[in-house]
Design a protein. Structure first.
Length: 202
């Protein structure tokens, strides 16, 4: 049976995505990403197709999965979904830090930019690799062990605070209401929306 969160469709099947399915699907996507990273590091390919494209595809798989989850978190939040989202954010940040501080992977991409064929790539492809190398540096790949550990600690803390703030905004939005008694205030709003507002008021 296909996991709806790992099915590469243009439109995610949102009704099939449940809180219980989120973390197992994310773990599979992260495990695949880790395997791709390990293979690239082991083989040290010097071509764009070998060194970059597998990483890009693995990144895209996680991004697509988490985009669907983030959307549901924003528009159909429940306590169960919120808990899965918070835990998933932690796992995504941990994976991003591990990749961003992987010196061997960084060296593979730097070597790719030094290969003669790199200059013949499309501008978009070159910029993608160059930006990835920049992001490695911004992730602390050049720091010593103590510096990398501190960077990881701060990143995890910031992610947790961001998730907590987002949940607070959702709660505040859900708790807010405006009772309108003068229909003139709603001038310009379509009938369908007015009917929806009236139903919510009742």
């Amino acid at each position: 049976m296909t996991d709806p969160l790992l099915d590469p469709l243009a439109l995610p099947p949102f009704p099939s995505i449940t809180p219980d399915a989120i973390l197992p699907a994310l773990d599979r996507a992260i495990a695949h990403h880790e395997a791709v990273v390990a293979q690239v590091v082991a083989e040290r390919p010097t071509s764009f197709a070998g060194a970059w494209l597998p990483l890009e595809r693995a990144d895209a798989e996680i991004d697509a999965l988490w985009s669907a989850v983030s959307h549901l978190h924003g528009v159909a939040d429940t306590p169960e979904l919120r808990a899965a989202y918070a835990e998933g954010e932690e796992r995504i940040v941990a994976n991003a830090i591990a990749v961003g501080q992987n010196r061997a992977l960084y060296d593979v991409l730097v070597a790719l930019t030094a290969a003669p064929a790199f200059g013949a790539l499309d501008v978009a492809d070159r910029v993608a690799v160059e930006h990835a190398i920049r992001d490695f540096r911004l992730s602390g790949v050049a720091l010593d062990d103590e510096g990398r550990a501190r960077f990881a600690e701060v990143s995890v803390e910031l992610s947790a605070l961001s998730t907590e703030f987002g949940s607070a905004v959702l709660d505040a939005t859900d708790a807010w209401s405006e009772h309108v008694t003068d229909a003139g205030v709603l001038a310009g709003i379509g009938e369908a929306d007015r009917a929806m507002f009236a139903a919510a008021a009742n």
